[in-house]
Design a protein around this ligand. Structure first.
Ligand code: ATP
Length: 357
């Protein structure tokens, strides 16, 4: 369902209007205090707002929070400490009017989908933070929300658990969704579109890869400023037109669409083809040269990969003939390249909701 947001939030002078298309995911990015959580609060009903939040043509602002069919997963799991994991997850279906038995059956199914059924009888304090967050995700999804809001859902999770949780979100959050994040991989792997908020106003909005490759706002430039190449993933490669980019192994398997991400400082620049070179060695033609502080950014075109930017020191720049049209070689070590599955491409792999049991 398409979500149309056009709200004013008096507590912090926030005014924002945007739309999230049916079953799309939008990432809201922005500096601390920009108003990201307040906007989610306006949608859930915990923050006072005027204007409208339209879903099925109905203005959610006129409804009490429990009737909005909006699910929220925040930084902390906030499970009910006195209930078992199963009963925590059954809470949503039970509140929606299902019998206790049916609510537990739905909860059991969600726990299985999120690979958490072995904790069904435990209490929340017997689980790690990452495990609790997985249960909280099951609890939110078991209520079958029309819209899912994720407010920095991995911010308090140990680094090694984040990839697994992100994969679960990709597979199982199959409804219109907004994620607030500071993390580039979250935006790239989960969001179709990016909305950048600063001081309560939207300063930039667009398709994720476009905003992150050509950021116009200072904030997007700060978290992006990376090279992104889109293509088809295999275990350790991404193929774009006829060129293969080798990187670190990817979890989400061969055949899916993905993106190779590497920072300009990882790109080495040579006037001729380097010997004993890394796997990723590409002939390019310079299109722009820009100085920024101590670094010089050289953007060059490759016939398959498109524009790639390298950052070199000013002394290295002086030794190279950096004119528009100069032919150079760019080289990037495979361990500097992150391969990530793209947001949209997993829609087909997503499973139906388990309410059909
Ligand atoms: N309960 C509150 N009452 C009044 N003002 C608040 C309240 N909570 C937050 N604010 C103000 O609202 C503004 C936006 O805060 P919000 O938490 O929405 O920003 P954010 O972009 O989510 O920030 P962060 O990334 O730090 O979580 C800030 O100026 C903040 O001081």
């Amino acid at each position: 369902m398409t979500l149309e947001v056009d709200v004013r939030i008096p507590r912090a002078d926030i005014e924002a209007a945007f739309e999230v298309a049916d079953d799309d995911t939008a990432a809201i990015l922005g500096p601390n205090g920009a108003g990201k959580s307040s906007i989610l609060g306006a949608i859930t009903g915990t923050v006072a707002a005027t204007g409208q939040v339209l879903l099925h043509g109905q203005n959610l602002l006129g409804l009490p929070p429990h009737r909005r069919r909006v699910g929220l997963l925040g930084q902390r799991a906030l499970l009910f400490p006195h209930l078992s994991v199963l009963d925590n997850v059954a809470f949503g279906p039970r509140s929606a009017g299902h019998s206790r038995r049916r609510a537990r059956a739905i909860a059991g199914e969600w726990l299985e989908r999120l690979e958490a059924s072995h904790w069904a009888d435990r209490r929340p304090d017997q689980l790690s933070g990452g495990q609790q967050q997985r249960v909280a995700m099951a609890r939110a999804l078991a209520a079958e929300p029309d819209v899912m809001l994720l407010d920095e859902p991995f911010a308090a999770i140990d680094a090694e658990a984040i990839d697994g949780l992100r994969t679960l979100v990709r597979r199982h959050v199959n409804t219109t969704c907004i994620i607030v994040t500071h993390d580039l991989p979250d935006a790239l792997t989960l969001a179709d579109r990016v909305i950048v908020l600063d001081e309560g106003r939207i300063v930039e909005e667009g398709r994720t890869t476009e905003v992150l490759t050509r950021p116009r706002s200072r904030f997007a430039a700060r978290i992006a400023g990376v090279n992104l190449v889109t293509g088809t993933l295999a275990d350790m490669t991404l193929t774009c037109a006829g060129t293969t980019v080798t990187g670190r192994p990817v979890e989400d398997g061969p055949g899916s669409h993905g993106v190779a991400v590497f920072p300009p400082r990882a790109v080495a620049v040579y006037p001729t083809r380097p010997h004993g070179s890394p796997r990723n060695t590409w002939p390019v033609e310079v299109c722009t040269v820009r100085s920024d502080g101590p670094g010089v950014f050289v953007t060059a075109n490759h016939p398959d990969l498109g524009e790639v930017t390298a950052e070199v020191t000013s002394s290295a720049a002086a030794e190279l003939d950096l004119q528009v049209g100069t032919h150079l070689w760019f080289a990037v070590k495979a361990q500097e390249v992150d391969l990530l599955p793209r947001a949209r491409q997993h829609r087909a792999q997503r499973r139906p909701r388990p309410s059909a049991i």
